[in-house]
Write a protein that binds this ligand. Structure first.
Ligand code: PEP
Ligand code: MN
Length: 455
């Protein structure tokens, strides 16, 4: 992630059409334009330096083009919702280490380069199925992520506060700084592959990783003894991604790249449009169609072939490989029927989209004790269904998008070291959706590596 030295003009971008979204239907936004701190918060953000550089963003588009061509695999992972307090060195490093471990398992198991990306350094805004949350007799505005309001179920906390956008920027900046230090400063050196397991509690997935790491270490030392130059292994590219939900924030962080004169969202390298905001005539599709970043769109089980054709037309009119990624989140019961017509529609539209599976969001259930959870077996079944569909159609299963953490939480049920509902009271930490813990994440990486290696 080297900064290629280009300068992005500071200040909110002036570019034809960038404010068109304001005239279109928009959902999932706080009504805070009249808040006394709204304009000053937007002005503050507009004057901030970009979090990512246009050259890095373009490089990611090229990496995703190789995924589109079946020459690499995309791994996206991180919290459902980041929190300001959760941006500590320990937690960020555990998450980055876990993603690096998963990537190593995939690279080694499937002999494919892996494009590594965190749902990190900007994943603060959450779409909600309802505007209000009711507990007993009390109804309050829903929690929309810490970039908008607070999680506590009090009237005060739930009032949207635009200054939170500035805190989200600052937290993203600190997070990305640490991620850059880790991934470029030697921590991600492949020669330290065994170190990444240190500090995690031992369990079957952990032990399996240990033996993979030992094999890699032996191979690396062998090649080194043969005189191979491993300087390149010292650093790794690691990209940031989040849902571009809160358009006041994204607009304020859009900059014009001085090399190309084109607008880029500089809040993260990759941004996606969620299942609830991918309306073809809505503000989100319009705004993101106008920026250069590689884009994702979540596709749920109700997506039609014509939605796919239209999304391709709107977001990737020039059919640039790497520009568009479809993130399928169908549910284990639906993926085998719902996905094939969409892949065919994209193919008929001459699109070279990247297909990614998000096996989390179609498999959410409520546990008997009230917690939102997912069964590891359902999650894995959706991954298998995704691979099966691509095998049948001769298309390429390009990536995996998961909600995960490096911490030893109990939020998803199952796994080889079984998590059950009784653990939720002590180890359920997510403010939003349940994440795979460290072991479950590694276990999933092994299963996916297997599916990639033996299609
Ligand atoms: C998410 O990724 O956390 C999310 C809300 O996803 P989706 O838009 O697929 O429901
Ligand atoms: Mn989620």
């Amino acid at each position: 992630m080297t900064a290629p030295g280009e300068i992005l003009h500071t200040g909110a971008a002036e570019y034809p059409g960038l404010d068109e979204w304001r005239r279109l239907p928009i959902s999932q936004q706080p009504a805070w334009q009249d808040h006394p701190d709204f304009q000053s918060s937007v002005d503050t953000l507009s004057a901030k330096p970009p979090l990512v550089f246009a050259g890095e963003v373009d490089q990611l588009t090229r990496r995703l083009a190789s995924v589109a061509h079946g020459e690499a695999f995309l791994l996206q992972g991180g919290d459902c919702a980041e929190t300001f307090r959760g941006a500590t060195a320990d937690r960020i490093s555990a998450r980055v280490k876990t993603i690096l471990q998963m990537a190593v398992v995939l690279t080694y198991g499937a002999s494919l380069p892996v494009v590594k990306m965190g749902r990190m350094a900007g994943q603060f805004a959450k779409p909600r199925s309802s505007d209000m949350e009711t507990r007993g007799e009390v109804s309050l505005p829903s929690f929309r992520g810490e970039i908008v309001n607070g999680f506590d179920f009090t009237e005060q906390a739930r009032i949207p506060d635009p200054k939170r956008m500035v805190t989200a920027y600052d937290t993203s900046s600190a997070t990305l700084n640490l991620v850059r230090a880790f991934t470029e400063g030697g921590f991600a050196d492949l020669r330290a592959v065994q170190q990444w397991n240190k500090g995690f509690t031992s369990n079957p997935a952990h032990a399996k990783y240990e033996s993979t790491a030992a094999e890699i270490d032996r191979a690396v030392r062998f090649m080194e003894a043969c005189g191979a130059d491993f300087e390149k292994l010292r650093r790794t590219e690691f990209y940031s991604a989040h849902e571009a939900l809160l358009l006041d924030y994204e607009r304020a962080l859009t900059r014009i790249d001085s090399r190309t004169g084109k607008p880029y969202v500089t809040s993260g390298h990759f941004v996606w449009i969620g299942e609830r905001t991918r309306d073809l005539d809505g503000a989100h599709v319009d705004y993101l169609s106008r920026v250069q970043n590689p884009l994702g769109v979540k596709l749920g089980p109700k997506t039609t072939a014509s939605d796919v054709e239209e999304l391709v037309e709107r977001l990737d009119p020039h059919r640039v490989p790497g520009r568009l990624t479809f993130i399928s989140r169908m549910g284990a019961g639906a993926v085998r029927e719902a996905l094939p017509p969409l892949i065919e529609a994209a193919r008929d539209a001459d699109s070279q989209v990247v297909w990614v599976t998000d096996p989390m969001h179609g498999n959410t259930i409520t546990a008997k004790n009230g917690y939102k959870t997912r069964h590891f077996d359902d999650v894995m079944d959706e991954v298998r269904g995704f691979f099966e569909v691509h095998r049948t159609l001769g298309s390429y299963p390009g990536g995996l998008h998961v909600e995960m953490t490096g911490d030893d939480v109990a939020e998803c049920l199952g796994g080889s070291d079984v998590v059950d509902e009784t653990a939720f009271d002590d180890r359920y930490e997510s403010l939003c959706d349940p994440r795979l813990n460290h072991k479950q994440s590694l276990e999933m990486a092994y299963l996916v590596a297997e599916a990639l290696a033996h299609p």
